[in-house]
Design a protein around this ligand. Structure first.
Ligand code: ATP
Ligand code: MG
Length: 421
């Protein structure tokens, strides 16, 4: 038997309503705030991610799905959304039409990781990017939207953590400070962190290793190296979150996994105590677009991991399913033509219906109607005079009546409340 690829998952019909709901809510909330959906290809040139995400990140070092296509091109299945959007922004010159572009996306991402609950090789992200503004209000706008979406999806018990990682020069200064502190503990660091000492010491702050985290407890903080501009930006973001009554905690060790961030970095975590408790990550990336040879354009955004989001979502929402209200049974083939009229009436009046295709005895078909929790059965039959009629059977109490097919639409309209509720 051929099985699905490790780390990938089918989203089955009885799970789909929650995915559709997330898309609908995201669409509603983001549209009102003037964010527009963008869909970029899953395949990109490998060097896009190499340039954007940066060396010594987990993604570049070990997680990319990269291959050569038949034309010998180096191709990668996108591991995240921001790089593709930056590429598309530059390539399509989105900046010509408008100096600020508010964009959102939802789609599959690919990372070769060890699969576990909340960690897959194909997973999905919903993300937004506000491109073109260096204003701290843009940071607050995007953070607020993440929180708003989570609230509308009835996710509770999450924590917004925020930090400022300053600008490049400030981080260079900090790296030196951090390095001289960590050098004393080199032997006690985990293997990944040891490697990062030379390449990218800041990433060590991100380490999930317990021992390394203990060592970091007394390390100098990035905050101590921030200049006036960075501190001011951060102060204003925090101030506005307070205006919004959005609770947050400042986490001085939050640096995020990707290289291209500056100033604001933030994460939203659930209270589950495991490594997969971050549902949203984001921040400001003022130099990324320029680095990709686009115009100097500041930007800020985030991505929410949908599999992790769904784990903490309300179970009622996950179970919601589209159930048929009317079960259609054709008892006599001579009524075949009229079944299409009934279907048309159901569609016109937006009543969910299911046509029996089993070709079994009436009693079995009625049983099926009960099984799918339909409210009513409409049995199409022909009498001695070859007139077509509908027998209506309410499944909750067995009440039956017979009506002429011409009366059906009115009958359904009159009883719509009973049918829908
Ligand atoms: P982690 O530290 O958990 O590996 P990350 O820093 O690599 O996360 P980001 O690149 O910031 O994650 O991606 C944003 C969000 O996407 C994460 O917070 C998470 O919810 C989700 N995500 C990332 N990788 C995976 C994955 N392999 N499977 C499922 N969701 C993921
Ligand atoms: Mg990761």
């Amino acid at each position: 038997m051929i099985q699905q690829i490790r780390g990938t998952k089918d989203i089955l019909p009885d799970e789909i309503s929650v995915w559709q709901h997330i898309h609908t809510i995201a669409n509603q909330i983001l549209n009102i705030s003037n964010y527009q959906e963008i869909r970029t290809p899953i395949l990109e040139n490998t060097n896009l991610f190499e340039r954007v995400i940066g060396n010594e990140t987990d993604i570049i070092n070990k997680e990319m799905y990269t291959f050569k296509d038949k034309g010998n091109r180096h191709i990668t299945l996108r591991p995240e959304g921001t790089a593709s959007i930056a590429r598309s922004f530059i390539e399509n010159k989105l900046y010509v039409k408008s100096n600020i572009n508010r964009l959102w996306y939802l789609g599959p991402m690919f990372r070769y990781e060890r699969p576990q609950r909340g960690r897959q090789r194909q997973f999905h992200q919903l993300g937004i990017e506000c491109i073109g503004s260096a204003n701290y209000m843009a940071d607050v706008e995007v953070i607020r939207l993440a929180v708003k979406i989570l609230e509308c999806l009835k996710v509770s018990n999450f924590e917004l953590q925020i930090n400022s990682i300053g600008n490049r020069e400030e981080r260079t200064k900090y790296k030196e400070k951090l390095l001289s502190y960590l050098k004393k503990y080199t032997h006690d660091l985990d293997e990944d962190s040891k490697k990062r000492l030379n390449n990218n010491p800041l990433r060590i702050l991100d380490s999930k290793n317990k021992k390394t985290q203990e060592i970091l407890f007394n390390a100098p903080t990035l905050q101590s190296c921030l200049g006036k501009m960075s501190l001011n930006h951060f102060y204003n973001v925090c101030k506005n979150l307070t205006y919004l009554n959005t609770p947050y905690t400042i986490n001085y060790k939050l640096v995020r996994g990707l290289d291209y961030y500056n100033y604001t970095a933030f994460e939203i975590k659930t209270i589950e105590k495991n490594d997969e408790n971050t549902i949203c990550g984001g921040g400001r990336y003022d130099t990324l677009i320029e680095e990709l040879e686009g115009p100097k354009t500041p930007a800020v955004g985030w991505a929410i991991g949908l599999e992790r989001l769904i784990i903490v979502m309300d179970n009622d929402l996950k179970r919601q399913q589209n159930k048929p209200k009317i079960y259609l049974i054709m008892k006599d083939n001579r009524a075949e033509k009229n079944i299409w009229d009934i279907i048309h009436i159901c569609e016109k009046n937006k009543i969910n219906f299911l046509l029996d295709l089993n070709n079994t005895k009436l009693s079995k078909q009625l049983k099926k109607a009960h099984q799918v929790s339909a409210k009513v059965c409409i049995i199409l039959d022909v009498d001695e005079l070859k007139d077509i009629y509908c027998k209506i059977k309410w499944l909750s109490n067995g009440y039956q009546e017979t009506i002429n097919i011409n009366q059906l639409e009115n009958y359904l309209k009159e009883n719509k409340n009973l049918l829908i509720n």
